[in-house]
Write a protein that binds this ligand. Structure first.
Ligand code: TLP
Length: 347
């Protein structure tokens, strides 16, 4: 068996041979002067794929989200987002720490949505006591909601609500490519209602580094300034953009394989005594499951698996998350299920 079997995240993927070749051969220039032809080509392609006027290469998904929030909001402005959002949980509170932006969290449903009427009620009226609501943020696919996919109709409805109140809509699309594959729709359709989108090349698409934000020309002009302010104006970034171009051109269609492996893993685990999960809920490449066997909890199972070179992170006292990706095969999935079964049976 090919080991380690690293299911901690799709961020662990390493670049493909085609990416390494493209990186070595990349034509580069100084991107702060706008003179890196490979970065420019990537930004044009991303804007096209997302149906937006322009795009900007950034270092990470976290930077893409922060640059977007800073471009839409000033200090003291309010951002409405789900209580399970990556921006809220895993980005060092950057919106408030760096931007002075006030997060207004609303409950996410398990499918990643937030009730429209809750959003409508959360939008502040014009009153000197209140912060000014400026932005709504959604996440697609939704990481902490099990890789769930937001429907284009839902996103459109949130966009309509945002426009009716003169607010902007941002989509954290770190795994938008997975959502598009799962729905069989072009990514642009999924973000038609959004004023800004961030997407990643370094998750399921296996590029070593890089994300992008997309939106109108005026949004991207501001985003360029915000990226510079954060220290993210990089120079010969074409070596990275070259890998991201391969990611976009060669790695999107194969995401359905990761989704198939996630369903295989979920079906296998769901059949085991001591494991709790509903495999019908798996839509993309993320599988959350619970261990409820006496004597076992998530940290212990994670450690026992690590000792067999299978890496799965605990995400709560009894919950773990496994993520399938380019470097996980069907055989490794079966091996993982069999190992979990053996461990739980051994006490
Ligand atoms: N998510 C990582 C961890 O940070 C949890 C993972 O392993 O899933 N948006 C979403 C929805 C994400 O899942 C992530 C990464 C990001 C943004 C941030 O991307 P990076 O890691 O490039 O800053």
């Amino acid at each position: 068996m090919n080991k380690p079997i690293d299911l901690r995240s799709d961020t662990v993927t390493t670049p493909t041979p085609a990416m390494r070749r493209a990186m070595a051969d990349a034509v580069v220039g100084d991107d702060v002067y706008g003179e890196d032809p490979t970065v420019n080509r990537l930004e044009t392609l991303v804007a096209q794929r997302l149906g937006k006027e322009a795009a900007l290469f950034v270092s990470s998904g976290t930077m893409g989200n922060l640059v977007s929030v800073l471009s839409h909001c000033g200090r003291g402005d309010e951002l409405i987002l789900g209580d399970q959002a990556h921006i809220f949980h895993y980005e060092q509170g950057g919106c408030s720490a760096v931007g002075g932006v006030h997060p207004h969290i609303l409950p996410n449903h398990p499918d990643g949505t937030i009730d429209l009427d809750r959003i409508a009620k959360a939008i502040r009226s014009d009153n000197e006591h209140y912060p000014a609501t400026r932005l709504i943020a959604l996440e697609n696919t939704h990481n902490r909601c099990g890789g769930s996919v937001l429907s284009p109709d839902y996103v459109d409805a949130v966009g309509e609500l945002a426009r009716a109140h003169n607010l902007a809509l941002h989509i954290d699309g770190a795994r938008l490519w997975n959502a598009a594959q799962a729905l069989g729709l072009p990514p642009a359709r999924l973000v038609a209602a959004a004023d800004s989108v961030s997407v990643c090349f370094s998750k399921g698409l296996a590029a070593p580094v890089g994300s992008a934000v997309a939106g109108s020309q005026s949004f991207i002009r501001r985003a360029r300034r915000m990226r510079k302010q954060l220290g993210g104006g990089t120079r010969q970034a074409g070596v990275l953009a070259a890998a991201a171009l391969v990611a976009l051109e060669e790695m999107v269609d194969r995401l359905t394989e990761d989704h198939r492996h996630a369903r295989q893993l979920a079906n296998g685990l769901a059949a085991l005594d001591g494991i709790e999960l509903d495999p019908t809920q798996i839509q993309t490449n993320i599988v959350y499951f619970k261990v409820n066997q006496p004597g076992w909890d998530a940290p212990r199972l994670s450690q026992a698996l690590a000792a067999t070179e299978i890496r799965i992170n605990p995400t709560g006292p009894n919950q773990l998350r496994a993520v399938t990706h380019y470097q996980i095969s069907a055989e490794q999935v079966d091996w993982t299920v069999a190992t979990v079964q053996k461990l739980l049976a051994s006490q």
